[in-house]
Design a protein around this ligand. Structure first.
Ligand code: ZN
Length: 446
């Protein structure tokens, strides 16, 4: 004990919070603190600490660290790492979505070192087998693609870990689950791919932070997401404890599916059209001048003025889908929503139009419909109001979007399309401006 002069707690945000929850047989940090001489200096280091974790952590830390402890804060931003989000075609089960991981044409020299994180072991196994099958026959049993899981022997895990991190041998792609690699560092990796956005932004940053650690290197931290993540609305998270950015929409049950498990911070990041680096800095309350720095050619995947063309930096092109799949994807792609500030104005115009139609006594206007709901339901109206204006190219689009009949199209689609076009051109708004503003204040829930 006398030989110990200082204690370093790595990943302190995890260690300290876990130490509270652990079972009685665990010798906690408090016990260790009591057992060691007072002269021992304690340090706690954490790479990613979201503000809502800070309060419990500080409460816990004050029992470990001496009163008046010193806080040293540096940025979590990695200027040589490009964070990016990409929506796959269909779902993660569609294996052609992973084609981009294998260099094309394949050669070991062209193949970057990649870690792929999975949430599900069965998907991990499936994707691994698929990737191996994509390799030229002579490489298929050479561990180019490694399936890293706890059922392997310790010797095997140690060997592949050494090969992978030291860039010896043929291993290039390591497939793993987050649980299997907690605290493991992979310094030589060029790219980290998360299949699914992790449950916290901090976790995402921890995972992608494993790449491009070598001096002078450049890395890519890519989150693959499924299209449904664009369909959840941020307002759905307004219930409950809104101070926790990693909240779900409702309490989870053991059989909750992945959509129910989606957390606010993840949806916010994947739907964002602002700089990811900036978003991460805000999430971590990192206001240091270095928080937005980047030394790479691209900042992140969210810049219209310097668009990141993922296919240019990936080993092979991304799967973009068949024409049919593209059509479905257009309505589910990023930035699919109309700007928050523009929604209420359009909503008011649509409500006004529905009122005019249903109040009219002219059968050529109302076509026999007396109730607004039978023409355009609240849900349908909301869908139109939220839809990305760029996606609404004609009346037919509205029919498809709302899954309405051809009869409905003939009666209403053109009218609705005209209202949207006029609104977006800023026409006919003077007369209704007061009403829009009044209603805007009342109805703005965003
Ligand atoms: Zn950016």
């Amino acid at each position: 004990m006398k030989l110990i002069s200082s204690i370093w707690l790595e990943s302190a945000s995890t260690e300290l919070t876990l130490s509270v929850q652990r079972t009685a047989d665990f010798i906690g940090l408090h016990e260790l603190k009591v057992a060691l001489p007072k002269s021992v200096t304690w340090h706690a280091a954490t790479a990613t600490l979201p503000p809502h974790m800070l309060v419990p952590l500080v409460r816990e830390a004050t029992q470990i660290l001496s009163p008046g402890y010193l806080t040293v804060r540096t940025t979590s931003n990695r200027p040589n790492l490009v964070p990016a989000v990409h929506t796959v075609v269909g779902s993660f089960e569609k294996l052609v979505n992973y084609d981009f991981l294998i260099a094309e044409p394949f050669s070991l020299a062209q193949q970057p070192w990649i870690i792929v994180f999975f949430e599900s072991i069965s998907l991990q196994t499936k994707v691994c087998s698929y990737l191996i099958s994509k390799l030229p026959a002579e490489y298929r049993n050479k561990d180019v693609v490694l399936n890293y899981h706890s059922l392997h022997s310790l010797d095997f895990l140690e060997r592949i870990f050494k090969e992978f991190t030291e860039r010896i041998g043929m291993s290039r792609i390591l497939c793993t689950t987050s649980g299997n690699s907690t605290g493991v560092d992979f310094p030589g990796v060029d790219m980290v791919v998360c299949v699914g956005f992790p449950d916290t932004v901090a976790e995402f940053l921890q995972r992608i932070g494993r790449c491009a650690r070598a001096p002078g290197s450049v890395g890519l931290g890519l989150a693959l997401i499924e299209p449904w993540m664009h369909e959840i609305e941020l307002e759905e998270f307004d219930e409950g404890d809104t101070s926790n950015p990693d909240r779900t929409r409702a309490p989870l049950k053991s059989n909750s599916n992945k959509k129910e498990r989606a957390v606010f911070s993840a949806i916010k990041v994947v739907q964002a059209d602002t700089c990811l680096r900036k978003l991460f800095a805000e999430e971590l309350h990192d206001d240091s001048p270095e928080a937005l720095l980047y030394t790479t050619k691209y900042c992140c995947s969210n810049h219209a003025d310097n668009p990141l063309v993922l296919s240019d930096i990936l080993p092979a092109p991304l799967y973009t889908g068949t024409d049919d799949e593209k059509l479905t994807a257009t309505s589910k792609s990023r930035n699919k929503y109309r700007k928050t500030t523009e929604r209420n104005g359009l909503d008011v115009l649509l409500i006004q139009w529905l009122r005019d139609v249903t109040k009219s006594e002219d059968p050529l206007v109302n076509h026999g419909f007396l109730y607004a709901d039978d023409i355009l339901s609240d849900k349908g109206r909301r869908t139109i109001v939220w839809e990305d204006p760029k996606a609404i190219t004609d009346a037919k689009y509205i029919q498809t979007k709302l899954s309405e009949s051809d009869e409905w199209y003939k009666l209403w689609a053109q009218e609705i399309f005209k209202i949207i076009v006029k609104y977006d051109k800023g026409e006919d708004l003077d007369s209704s401006e007061d009403e829009i503003m009044d209603s805007g204040e009342e109805a703005d829930c965003t």
